[in-house]
Design a protein around this ligand. Structure first.
Ligand code: FES
Length: 127
């Protein structure tokens, strides 16, 4: 995570991931960590509120959650429609699948977006 500035707040570690004006209302933004395509988050702004989720869909491991279709407080993967809560990352249609996305704290300060330092795991297919 060495490429992002670190901020410690309330004994939690956050990373400065982008400028606030790079996250548009009703859209997602892809953030790649350490230049590694398996370590990604999607930041969303919906009704002026920010959300941060893993960007890799657990269905077929596509890094497309940031391009998902936002409806109320959910985001639907654009590939096959698995749908997740923006607030919690929970898969909201258990008929499609039970796997969810991790969610992370996110906030804005002085024109920048800060996200809780993610704990990425090496995916199974790389072990
Ligand atoms: S890859 Fe996301 S629903 Fe299939």
């Amino acid at each position: 995570m060495e490429n992002f500035e670190v901020l410690v707040k309330d004994s939690k570690t956050y990373l400065k991931v982008c400028n606030s004006n790079e996250v548009f209302e009703g859209k997602g933004k892809q953030i790649i960590f350490e230049g590694d395509d398996d370590f990604q988050l999607a930041i969303f702004r919906v009704n002026s509120k920010l959300f941060a989720l893993e960007n890799i869909c657990p269905h077929r491991h596509a890094d497309r959650i940031f391009e998902g279709i936002i409806k109320e407080h959910t985001v639907m993967c654009p590939l096959h429609g698995w749908t997740y809560s923006l607030e919690t990352g929970q898969n909201i249609n258990q008929k499609q699948g039970i796997r969810s996305l991790k969610n992370y704290d996110v906030f804005e300060s002085d024109g920048y977006v800060y996200v809780e330092k993610p704990q990425f795991e090496i995916p199974k297919w790389r072990r």
